[in-house]
Design a protein around this ligand. Structure first.
Ligand SMILES: *[C@@H]1O[C@H](CO)[C@@H](O)[C@H](O)[C@H]1NC(C)=O
Ligand SMILES: *[C@@H]1O[C@H](CO)[C@@H](O)[C@H](O)[C@H]1NC(C)=O
Ligand SMILES: *[C@@H]1O[C@H](CO)[C@@H](O)[C@H](O)[C@H]1NC(C)=O
Ligand SMILES: *[C@@H]1O[C@H](CO)[C@@H](O)[C@H](O)[C@H]1NC(C)=O
Length: 657
């Protein structure tokens, strides 16, 4: 099965070899023998991996990748052959084993507990265009657009530190236009750096470092490991299609179809923490009076007696059952915002603390965390089955008492764990498994929920929301990150994307009329719609333009539902990057403000600030008919759509392949 075995010979350590090469470069004919590769593993017909003094060459018939390897080995370390995998080099302070697996090669570094290295580091050069990895506030597409400082690769609330943190939907999985995929094994305590090494403001490398450092935990006596796979196929689409299923699952079902058809109406931007019974009813009436449909009205934020108590405040919600009944009778379903925190002034905190349900340190003492609605709070430990069951039961009871239809599950990132924490599962998976376990708990509530984290949880048939967007036009978490966030989630296997609120969260004031309308239009063909800033607070023109968006969305729901179904049996996301149809064309690989809905509908939202009269759209191969005009254009090409006005939605239907 495997091709050639490695060629073994004792060699000086990479750095030393490189220097030796430099000083003798003119004189040294390659006949010296010392420049033979240190490792060569062939995985015919897929690829071959050759390690020379300082570079790992991963080569396949249509592309290649290069990795600077062993960057933390000491000066002069010599590698000697060891009989593991298909090839193995032992540098005594660390060893590397290369093994072929399917269309991949697995590179596994291990450093012993005694006398080993404090860090292992290999850097993959970002040749071509790259996609995947961590969710980002400035979500780039492709990802080399933004260099990143080093951070632990853990699910995080990235809005707490936009420079360093990755978001709650993150997987150590990347694909490139060179037809190469990289997957870092879950057990690696991964610190990721994506540096700009040549000063052109673009990232040049994906540096994978392993260290036994917080927030990761080392099992007592466990050696340090850095294990990653390099996989290959003809192009970016093929390598994704063949590699993704090796490491992840597909959704086992589809989300609630009414959530896919009609907008969610969240009270958040309108009332934030000042929400109450009569306001929810007014809010819902406004929706009906203005001729909108609903999938549900969402009571977002401050409804509890105390954050985490799971009891309605009797002052603000004197009779939740009557309120829910009323909303039901008016044709609304009702959902409730919940989170995994319990502030320490809540009666439940004391109970949960006594029961050991909250995240605690190694000595068993509850550790506090702080979050946006509590300076001192316990965090329910979902890796403790009893704690998870208790937390879920409180919500089931609440549903029983009030008739509440479902929930919006907020947070769940592992970055909310206290500094000193222990979990009730295998240490090698800390802390990311916290998010996985949170999702296991919340998905018991069925497919009508929404959540915002994803880590090895692709199999759940639920909407995953984009993190709170800012009400701006820009690339820093504004409108220009809507399409890139959509594509990023889909690539990581979370196709049921719930874009955040139309117009953003309005934290710094309501978005302008133009921004709000463009945001609604950009959402029209995405898997779901969510309003919170209310269209009728602008004017009748905005309200009607938004109704047009919801009508169009509803009209296309049969297509969305069939694509959702397709996503349960195929790696193809509902919303596809342009390169899905032209994986080798530069224009397709870099188009970051347009997306395919299935293979036959191309959507290009207008995301440019003020008076955008024209829009350039990259058309993949095939004949594309522009909606509204009937003009048919042959791709691949770039067309300039002219005469754009505030009511223009730009999309094309493929009329011939
Ligand atoms: C809800 O808040 C509004 C505005 O402050 C107030 O007029 C109304 O009486 C409140 N209703 C309840 C049930 O507290
Ligand atoms: C975590 O534990 C370390 C070592 O025991 C200690 O120095 C530190 O203060 C602890 N942090 C907190 C927030 O308690
Ligand atoms: C409301 O939903 C119906 C289908 O149930 C649809 O025909 C209609 O266009 C929708 N109206 C709006 C304003 O979205
Ligand atoms: C733009 O609109 C004007 C006026 O309606 C029309 O004359 C012109 O042909 C249009 N241009 C394009 C490229 O559609």
């Amino acid at each position: 099965m495997n091709g050639l075995k490695a060629e073994h010979s004792i060699q000086p350590r990479p750095g030393a070899m490189a220097r030796w090469l430099v000083v003798t470069v003119l004189a040294a004919a390659v006949t010296g023998g010392r420049c033979e590769p240190l490792v060569r593993v062939t995985n015919a017909p897929h690829n071959s991996l050759v390690m020379d003094a300082d570079t790992l060459h991963f080569i396949h018939p249509k592309g290649e990748a290069h990795v600077r390897w062993g960057l933390t080995l000491p000066e002069g370390a010599e590698g000697s052959p060891c009989g593991e995998g298909d090839s193995c080099l032992d540098f005594s302070v660390a060893k590397v084993v290369v093994t072929t697996e399917d269309h991949c090669q697995k590179v596994a570094w291990t450093s012993p507990v005694d006398g080993g290295l404090a860090e292992l580091r290999d850097c993959v050069l970002l040749e071509g265009h790259w996609y995947g990895g961590g969710q980002q506030a400035r979500q780039p597409w492709p990802l080399e657009k933004h260099p990143r400082k080093e951070t632990a690769f853990v699910t995080s609330d990235m809005l707490q530190d936009r420079v360093h943190l990755y978001g709650g939907v993150s997987e150590a999985y990347w694909v490139s236009s060179q037809g190469v995929a990289v997957r870092v094994e879950e057990q690696t305590p991964l610190f990721l750096r994506v540096p700009d090494t040549n000063g052109d403001f673009k990232a040049d490398e994906l540096c994978l470092s392993a260290r036994h450092e917080r927030p990761f935990a080392a099992a007592p006596g466990s050696p340090l490991t850095l294990t990653y796979f390099l996989c290959s196929a003809d192009d970016v689409r093929k390598v994704h299609e063949t590699t993704f299923p090796k490491f992840f699952s597909l959704p086992e079902g589809t989300p609630d179809s009414r959530m896919m058809q009609h907008p969610i109406w969240s009270t958040w931007a309108e009332y934030s923490a000042q929400v109450n019974d009569s306001r929810v009813l007014d809010f819902a009436r406004g929706v009906s009076e203005h001729g909108f449909n609903n999938s549900q009205v969402e009571i977002d934020d401050n409804w509890e007696t105390c954050y985490g108590e799971a009891v309605f405040s009797p002052d603000r919600f004197p009779d939740p059952r009557a309120m829910v009944d009323q909303l039901h009778s008016e044709g609304f379903r009702v959902t409730l915002w919940v989170h995994p925190f319990i502030n320490n002034n809540c009666p439940s905190f004391t109970f949960a603390d006594q029961q050991g349900y909250l995240a605690k340190d190694a000595s068993g003492t509850t550790q506090l965390t702080h979050w946006w609605n509590g300076k001192e709070a316990g965090l329910v430990d979902f890796t403790n089955a009893e704690a998870a069951a208790w937390w879920a039961q409180r919500l089931l009871d609440l549903q029983q008492q009030t008739g509440m239809d479902s929930f919006k599950f907020d947070a769940g990132e592992s970055s909310w764990l206290p500094e000193n924490y222990t979990l009730q599962v295998d240490e090698r998976f800390w802390p990311n498994i916290y998010s996985t376990k949170y999702m296991e708990t919340v998905t018991q509530f069925g497919n009508m929920i929404e959540a915002r984290v994803g880590h090895k949880t692709q199999h759940f048939p639920v909407f995953i929301r984009m993190l709170d967007k800012d009400s701006t036009w820009n690339y820093d978490n504004g409108l220009k990150t809507l399409v890139s966030s959509l594509l990023h989630s889909g690539l990581l296997g979370y196709p049921f994307v719930l874009p955040d609120m139309i117009g953003g969260n309005a934290y710094g004031g309501r978005p302008s009329k133009e921004l709000f309308v463009r945001w609604a239009q950009a959402n029209a063909f995405m898997p779901a719609l969510q309003f919170s800033v209310l269209p009728w607070e602008y004017d009748e023109e905005v309200t009607e333009l938004c109704r047009e968006v919801t009508r169009l969305h509803s009209e296309y729901t049969p297509l969305l539902l069939s694509l959702a179904q397709e996503a349960t049996i195929s790696v193809a996301p509902m919303m596809r990057p342009t390169w899905w149809l032209c994986p080798t064309l530069e224009e397709c690989l870099t188009a970051d403000q347009q997306f395919l809905v299935g293979d036959d509908l191309l959507v290009a939202p207008v995301v440019r600030y003020i008076n955008a009269h024209t829009l350039d759209v990259v058309l993949p191969p095939g004949e594309w008919q522009q909606a509204g005009t009937g003009t048919v254009t042959s791709g691949p090409t770039t067309v300039t759509v002219a005469n754009i006005t505030l009511n223009t939605l730009v999309y094309f239907t493929r009329v011939m392949v």
